[in-house]
Design a protein around this ligand. Structure first.
Ligand code: HEM
Length: 459
């Protein structure tokens, strides 16, 4: 498919055009069939700001970096999370950092921010590498026996363990499988409910709704138990939960109560494992498809690490490894679409947007605009040299968003991704099983279809 081209910025406010869609459901059916194709086609045909109906409501899709900067940064107060997509997330996490707004959000962000300082994250490197080294034994076993693995499932289990330990220490390790299964139910149903516009809460006595309620209950119960245990001996154990429990708002002196803590921990687990796992899954696909990139990656790992395990100090020296991750996040941003509600009439990139509408943004599409990304489908980590980054508008690339609601876990994710990749790529080369063609499957995040079946070969 051709990459969408972008019209020059118009001088007077314009009315955005877009696909007509069907009565009542608008473009929901097209979007459900193939959301990525729908987005790419729509932008190629209608330009940098598109208008359509999703269900009964009006929506705009903004893809130009200048429009995104305006929405996410310059006038971000006008674009809120009073959007039905967040109501679904609220069912799981309540008002956590991802879903709250206004003063509540600001207070929570201030409390959580110190837990994500670079030094604090660096102290977690050892645990990240230990978890990866232990996981690597499963791949070594497959290497010996020839048994295939599912890379998505593997990366999910690894990143869930890492974020779980970073948040809660080792308190939930024994329950990883139960937690992981509950997350799967919640995450799969959230996507299905969204796609089929099934917006009523899961309160019916059906097996489907019951499974959702049970999974939600399991997650809450596990986290509540850990918090209650911690309350018995409150001390700084170096994990994020300790930080959250001990943190005081600088202005008000307030601390987080248990309900708030529970929401925050679940938010971090949801926001912080599937995203990193799908990114790493795509890395394996892209390395196999691009042998020259794989060769350069191996050369860097050889020269910086020479076969030993990486540490936090190595991360800034693993420059090419990081570029591989950056470029993977360009082609397959885990958060491929996200939405805000327009609070007041406004003009975005020269186009009128009306209050009450949805405003959609798609890193997947913007990351493929040929104007900023020549030959956009080509995987080329050297797009991320400091000079090339400086030559692009800030919002040509936004896998972690930007502005006040930028991902709080981006440093965590990039360090974790670098350490996992450096550890595993020194030892293994996953290869897609014969006959498998990797296709993006847009669920809650953008993952390779069929959980990416691979054979593990030796480096
Ligand atoms: C490759 C990995 C990741 C990607 C691509 C990613 C992407 C994003 C994006 C796009 C948002 C904005 C969502 C929105 O406004 O609707 C976000 C928010 C957030 N992310 Fe991440 N994320 C990643 C990893 C993590 C990790 C590891 C954590 C925690 C350990 C985390 C925690 C959060 C939280 C708490 C928010 C809400 C922040 C706020 O609104 O103040 N993320 N992330």
């Amino acid at each position: 498919m051709n990459a969408p081209s972008v019209a020059p910025r118009p001088a007077v406010p314009r009315i955005a055009t877009g696909p007509r869609g069907l009565p009542l459901i608008g473009v929901a059916r097209d979007a459900r069939k193939d959301v990525l194709g729908f987005l790419m086609r729509t932008v190629a045909e209608h330009g940098p700001v598109v208008q359509y109906r999703f269900g009964p409501g009006r929506a705009y899709l903004v893809t130009h970096p200048d429009g995104l900067k305006y929405v996410l940064q310059d006038n971000s107060k006008n674009y809120t999370k009073d959007h039905f997509s967040y109501s679904m997330v609220r069912r799981v996490v309540g008002d956590g950092l991802l879903t709250s707004q206004g003063e509540t959000w600001l207070k929570q962000r201030r409390l959580a921010q110190p837990a994500f300082h670079r030094a604090r994250i660096a102290a977690m490197a050892e645990q990240m590498v230990r978890a990866t080294a232990e996981f690597s034994e499963h791949w070594a076993e497959s290497q010996r026996t020839g048994a295939p693995r599912h890379a998505v499932r593997d990366m999910m289990a690894l990143t869930l363990r890492i974020v779980g330990e970073a948040l809660l220490g080792t308190d939930v390790r024994a329950e990883t499988e139960v937690v992981s299964a509950a997350f799967n139910v919640v995450s799969e149903q959230t996507v299905e409910r969204f796609r089929t516009l099934r917006l009523i809460p899961p309160i019916l006595p059906t097996a489907y709704d019951r499974a959702y309620r049970r999974a939600n209950h399991t997650l809450r119960e596990v986290v509540a138990r850990v918090i209650a245990k911690r309350r018995e001996h409150l001390e700084d154990r170096g994990d994020l939960l300790s930080m959250f429990m001990l943190a005081r708002d600088e202005e008000t002196g307030e601390q987080m109560d248990d309900a708030h803590l529970q929401g925050e921990v679940l938010t971090m687990m949801i926001a912080g494992h599937e995203t990193t796992a799908t990114t790493l899954s795509w890395v394996w696909v892209l390395l196999e498809q691009n042998p020259e990139v794989e060769r350069q990656l191996h050369a860097e790992l050889e020269s910086v690490l020479g076969g030993r395990a990486p540490t936090a100090e190595d991360v800034p020296r693993l420059v090419y490894t990081r570029r591989v991750l950056d470029e993977t996040l360009r082609l397959y941003p885990p958060v491929y679409i996200l939405s805000r509600k327009v609070m007041e009439d406004d003009t975005v990139y020269g186009y009128q947007v009306l209050a009450g509408s949805s405003l959609d943004m798609s890193p997947y599409v913007t990351h493929r605009l040929a104007e900023f990304w020549p030959d956009p489908e080509r995987f080329d980590p050297d797009r991320f040299t400091p000079e090339k980054i400086a030559a692009r508008p800030r919002y040509a690339y936004f896998p972690f968003l930007g502005g006040p609601r930028q991902c709080i876990g981006n440093t965590f994710a990039l360090m974790e991704g670098t350490l996992i990749l450096a550890t595993l790529a020194q030892r293994h080369r996953p290869r897609m099983v014969a006959g498998y063609t990797p296709k993006p499957e847009p669920l809650l995040t953008l993952r390779p279809a069929s959980e990416l079946p691979v054979m593990i070969t030796a480096r």
